[in-house]
Write a new protein. Structure first.
Length: 154
């Protein structure tokens, strides 16, 4: 079975540092639908993504990949709710209205970070999502994100 293209690769004009395929110096995460209202992403940290202790992933990078994974999930869902393929017709953009991260344990710099996002609620222009980031078999961070739909020319 052929895996679907990454959500980020279907969003035109995405130059975001965390998720934009058009930003060759960014993190370029790739998110995929994994079920109804659920997406997954595997992020492979590099040594320069370290915290003070070089064996751990920097907390800001953790927040960035969570933010980008969930916002891209909301964008993809916006297209789905509109009955359109991602990237078709007028642009659908969401931006971060709230990002609340709880750090639970250090994430290993030399192991893949696994992100799983779930859409909890859709309400007008806002989408509430929950996300977990796991590394080396344990949950390292959880987050609640409010994604807010912004104008097409954002």
């Amino acid at each position: 079975m052929t895996e679907q293209p990454a959500i980020q690769d279907q969003i035109p004009g995405n130059h975001c540092f965390g998720c934009g395929p058009d930003n060759d110096r960014g993190l370029q995460i790739k998110s995929y639908w994994s079920g109804n209202d659920q997406t997954r992403c595997t992020f492979l940290p590099q040594p320069h993504h370290s915290a003070g202790p070089v064996q751990y992933l920097n907390g800001g990078i953790i927040a960035t990949v969570i933010d980008c994974h969930t916002i891209c999930t909301a964008i993809a869902d916006g297209y789905l709710q509109a009955g359109r393929d991602i990237g078709s017709g007028g642009k659908i953009w969401y931006a971060t209205g709230k990002l609340e991260v709880q750090y639970k344990a250090p994430a290993a710099i030399d192991k893949p970070a696994m992100l799983e996002a779930t859409i909890i609620e859709r309400n007008g222009r806002k989408t509430l999502l929950h996300c977990t980031l796991s590394s080396d078999g344990r949950v390292c961070a959880t987050a609640e994100v409010i994604a807010v739909r912004v104008p097409e020319d954002w």
